[in-house]
Design a protein around this ligand. Structure first.
Ligand code: NAI
Ligand code: MG
Length: 352
């Protein structure tokens, strides 16, 4: 029996709702398969925990997390805590502290789901987001606070090592996909330093992957290409901020934010990787039992892949697609199903 140790951090809003749904599906999968199991530990770190204790991650918390094979993460963000405090208090210390520099975000229109695009079925993308530096490096500051001359700086930090490793990761991934096509997204017309370095390093790394076709797009232009010519894109590599924005657009174009999954990978496996839906806490639907758990299920499939359970990952993807195709949809997809009903439908399919 193979045992996978999972740290579950539901955190805020609909996070715990979708993570519990995800664990239900994972446990069903393990029970049906019989050759692997999950050992899950729940961590109560959330904004509520922060308001009570003054921190999201307690002393020694990251050390504890290191002992797990993967982290299954919901969403962090609360109306009672400023967003930059919650993000920098929980998600970023894990992603950056565990050097999860490759953020992989697939987007596809699942069967039975309607894209707002006319030719949405052409969407089959993987966005590779640099996840350790760039605009989210945390470099900046404020001076003359509260005075008319107040200044705030936010410096993007790009290192050769950081840029080269994300390009290499993106090329490796593009090479494994049928179309073997990689689009570099930067803003190197307006931003002359870090972005031009991104372009240069991309061209250097490209020499090692002659089988991968490449092209380049500015970040503003790529948004129009995503909407008007989705079939011309396959794998996309972009900076932390740019890819963050593009992947929300990708999720919306694929039908809903409630579908998009993501893996925060430490490809060298020196640290556990973290798997989460791309959506946030969704205050407007928290506690109503109608959060779409599909993003979390797809995320769970990515986690299974990472844990070496490729067959189980395929089975789970097939179950997810059978359920979306059958029309069991939550309200974000225009349906009436609850989180529990979608979860049950996926579990029932797996148990068949
Ligand atoms: P959001 O993703 O929470 O919600 C945006 C819209 O999408 C809302 O109308 C929501 O109901 C809908 N939505 C999102 N996930 C859904 C799902 N699974 N099923 C059905 N509908 C869904 O983004 P928003 O409103 O910008 O942020 C809310 C909070 O979440 C903020 O505090 C923000 O900082 C945080 N956040 C956290 C993230 C993370 O932990 N990785 C990512 C994005 C936002
Ligand atoms: Mg985002």
């Amino acid at each position: 029996m193979r045992t996978h140790k999972i740290a579950a951090i539901g955190a805020d809003g609909i996070g715990p709702e979708v993570i519990n749904a995800g664990l239900e599906v994972l446990n069903t999968l393990a029970r049906v398969d019989g050759n692997f199991a999950f050992e899950v530990e729940h961590f109560p770190w959330s904004s509520e925990y922060y308001l009570k204790h003054g921190h999201y991650i307690p002393e020694g918390g990251l050390e504890k997390l290191k002992q797990f094979d993967a982290i299954f993460f919901g969403a962090v963000g609360s109306q009672e805590v400023p967003d930059h405090v919650s993000l920098w208090g929980l998600r970023l210390p894990i992603a950056q502290g565990f050097d999860q520099y490759a953020n992989v975000r697939p987007a596809r229109v699942l069967p039975g789901v309607k894209s707002p695009l006319r030719n949405g079925e052409a969407i089959d993308w993987v966005i590779v987001r640099e996840n350790s530096e760039g605009e989210y490096a945390g470099h900046g500051g404020r001076a003359h606070r509260g005075l008319p001359i107040e200044v705030g700086t936010e410096t993007a930090v790009f290192t050769r090592a950081g840029v080269e490793r994300i390009h290499r990761f993106a090329f490796e991934l593009a090479a494994k996909r049928p179309r073997k096509h990689l689009t570099l997204v930067t803003k190197s017309n307006a931003q002359r330093f870090g972005m031009v370095m991104w372009d240069e390093i991309f061209a250097e790394v490209a020499k090692d992957y002659p089988e991968v076709k490449t092209d380049r797009e500015l970040v503003d232009a790529v948004t129009t290409r995503m909407v008007l010519k989705p079939q011309t894109l396959d794998t996309i590599v972009a900076t932390n901020l740019h890819a963050d924005i593009l992947s929300d657009l990708a999720a919306a174009l694929s039908g809903s934010l409630g579908i998009g999954p993501t893996a925060n990978l430490n490809p060298e496996r020196q640290f556990p990787s973290m798997f989460e839906p791309i959506h946030g806490s969704a205050f407007d639907i928290t506690g109503k039992g109608i959060a779409n758990p599909t993003a979390t299920f797809w995320t769970a499939a990515m986690m299974l892949e990472h844990l070496g359970e490729a067959d189980a990952a395929k089975k789970l993807m097939a179950a997810i697609e059978a359920v979306t195709a059958s029309g069991v949809h939550t309200p974000d997809l225009g349906g009436k199903a609850t989180t529990a009903q979608v979860t049950k439908a996926v579990c029932d399919y797996l148990g068949k």
